[in-house]
Design a protein around this ligand. Structure first.
Ligand SMILES: Cc1cc2nc3c(=O)[nH]c(=O)nc-3n(C[C@H](O)[C@H](O)[C@H](O)COP(=O)(O)OP(=O)(O)OC[C@H]3O[C@@H](n4cnc5c(N)ncnc54)[C@H](O)[C@@H]3O)c2cc1C
Length: 549
């Protein structure tokens, strides 16, 4: 008996070993299948190396440290001069360096800022999916940096100035003018006190000045405040306009960006989210005056996809913990995983993760193929909000259920499930909350018309006659085109995401697609996980795929 396993009063047994030092890619069959089906199969070896690295015990511990030691705002120095800097724990900087070295902030862009060839989106998404299982907070600036390039494309003079620093794979956290740095990161500030969804209500003003504009106003949320520049919206003489606001002005002086405080957040604690005022801050215009919303759309689509990947990854990690624990924990002389009700619950959860994983990677493939295939472009536009709605909304309840599988151990901070549970809701709230996603699906349907109908037909065709697919498509079309379609949109959008998940699974694992169609489209489960009717053989198959024994 080891020293740790023996106390004066009792022995320690029937506890599951830590879930760490795992290969997050090789141990995840649904992820491997989705990577293969969507074009990233050739990278399997590199992805497995990545999975081993991120699945190491040291990474999980660094994630704990980065979230326990939250960022601190230093507004002034001891002599009362403004500093407006935020200090992070070394573990946070470590994650930034890791993710930038792996290109998560830029690998989908070529060195001139155009799109990198396929499968850059899927290959990045598979890596992100694994990172999300370990540490999500630092991915906020990583996500925004890669997404901002999409918006900067409309202003080539600004993009060309910065693209070399954006695509650099070295992390440079120093607080210096962008042109002196090895690399830069980008953030964004759209939300103001009086409106987040309704950005047209922005009150920040922008006045033309030499070389650019000066901005005066505030932002109620501006995350990752140590980024080197921020995409912001402001009212210019010609209307709501997009700008890029650097931390330093062209003369090298600190720009008028004054942090008021940092938000005290439920989760996402390794990341800082600031409230900020702009005092005659210098900024470059991005896109024409009055075209601000149109300019940021491209960026917003990309940040939404990252919310999806992050939530799907967190669901995967919660499932892995639940299943790992249930296989080691004995209750009433049987492993928990062999108790019929627990097995059905875990299998139902594994089925959900199968759908979420396949759908996430299929969506990313649409982004890979959108340039050369208009149907894929329409698919990305219609499905991004639907998939964000479904996966980001499912994650919190899913993670809670995984937590309960660990009993009391799930509720304490030593397992990462508590942190995942606090982290998950933000993906549904930011970058367009649930109702807003449904409104976006309605908008895409009415704007795209024929193209959107083709996407829906493709999804049904893609399901190859599986149970419930045709009926689901009919009901989606009827609900969303009805006079009261907006009020009932949530039901239809959820169904649309599940139809798309079934189609995605049909491409990657047909046998699981059949099970998913039956248990989600033809006879939807009850309000909680574990209410699907899954034959034992299917349950065993799902659990073996989720985590090898
Ligand atoms: C941790 C965190 C970090 C953030 N970081 C940033 C950042 O870096 N940059 C940034 O710009 N923003 C950031 N945000 C802000 C976030 O994007 C907004 O909170 C979000 O867009 C919602 O805006 P709001 O808070 O103003 O809510 P509102 O717009 O008031 O929405 C409230 C609710 O109403 C619903 N709703 C809105 N319109 C309709 C409608 N027409 N019909 C039905 N329902 C509707 C929404 O779905 C939502 O549920 C952050 C938020 C959080 C929580």
């Amino acid at each position: 008996m080891t020293v740790q396993a023996r106390f004066d009063t009792h022995d320690i047994f029937n506890q599951s070993p830590p879930y760490e030092d795992v290969d997050l890619f090789a141990s995840d069959r649904p992820l491997r299948d989705a990577a293969e089906a969507n074009g990233a199969g050739a990278e399997a070896k590199a992805l497995s190396e990545f999975g081993r690295h991120w699945g190491a015990a040291a990474m999980f511990d660094a994630a704990r440290l980065a979230n326990e030691n939250t960022p601190k705002l230093k507004t002034f120095d001891t002599r009362g001069f403004r500093r407006d800097v935020v200090e992070f724990h070394p573990a946070y900087h470590g994650f930034m360096a890791e993710s930038m070295r792996a290109g998560l902030h830029a690998s989908t862009w070529a060195s001139d800022g155009t799109r990198a060839p396929a499968p850059s989106e899927v290959a990045r998404a598979v890596r992100y999916f694994m990172i999300a299982q370990v540490e999500n907070g630092h991915m906020c600036p990583i996500t925004m940096t890669r997404a901002c390039v999409g918006a900067l494309a409309v202003e080539p003079s600004v993009l060309q100035k910065l693209i070399g620093k954006i695509t650099s794979r070295t992390y440079d956290p120093s607080f210096r003018p962008w042109w002196e740095k090895d690399s830069i990161t980008l953030g964004m500030g759209m939300t103001e006190k009086q409106g987040g969804t309704d950005v047209r209500a922005n009150t920040t003003t922008a006045m033309p000045a030499s070389d650019g504009y000066t901005l005066t106003g505030h932002k109620w949320f501006m995350s990752a405040p140590m980024c080197d520049a921020f995409l912001v919206l402001a009212q210019a003489p010609g209307g709501l306009t997009c700008f890029l606001l650097p931390r330093f002005g062209p003369d090298g002086s600190v720009n008028g960006v004054h942090f008021q405080r940092l938000k005290d957040k439920l989760g996402n604690r390794s990341n800082a989210s600031s409230e900020v005022e702009f005092a005659q801050a210098f900024a470059w215009r991005v896109g024409e005056e009055g075209r601000g919303v149109r300019t940021i759309i491209e960026m917003v689509q990309l940040t939404r996809v990252d919310c999806v990947i992050s939530s799907a990854g967190m669901m995967r990690m919660a499932l892995a913990h639940a299943l790992h624990h249930a296989r080691h924990r004995t209750v009433f002389q049987k492993h928990l995983s062999d108790q019929p009700m627990m097995r059905n619950l875990l299998a139902d959860m594994a089925l959900e993760v199968e759908g979420a994983t396949a759908l996430t990677m299929r969506l990313c493939r649409s982004f890979d193929e959108a340039r050369s295939d208009p149907t894929e472009a329409a698919r990305a536009r219609l499905l991004t909000p639907a998939v964000k709605y479904w996966i980001c909304k499912t994650a919190p309840a899913f993670i809670y259920e995984a937590m309960e599988c660990l009993g009391g151990n799930g509720y304490v901070e030593e397992t990462p499930i508590a942190r995942l549970y606090r982290e998950a809701p933000v993906n549904a709230i930011w970058e367009g909350s649930g109702n807003v996603m449904c409104l976006d699906v309605l908008r895409a349907l009415s704007r795209e018309g024929e193209a959107a109908r083709t996407v829906l037909q493709d999804l049904v065709r893609g399901c190859g006659g599986l149970a419930g697919a045709k009926d689901a498509a009919g009901s989606i079309a009827r609900t969303l085109s009805a006079p009261d379609g907006e009020a009932r949109a949530r039901t239809a959008v959820e169904k649309l995401a599940m139809l798309a998940a079934t189609a995605a699974l049909t491409e990657s694992v047909p046998v699981i697609a059949e099970c998913f169609a039956r248990a989600r489209l033809a006879s939807p489960r009850g309000g909680t996980f574990g209410t699907s009717d899954l034959p034992q053989s299917e349950a065993v198959e799902l659990l073996n795929r989720a985590l090898p024994q």
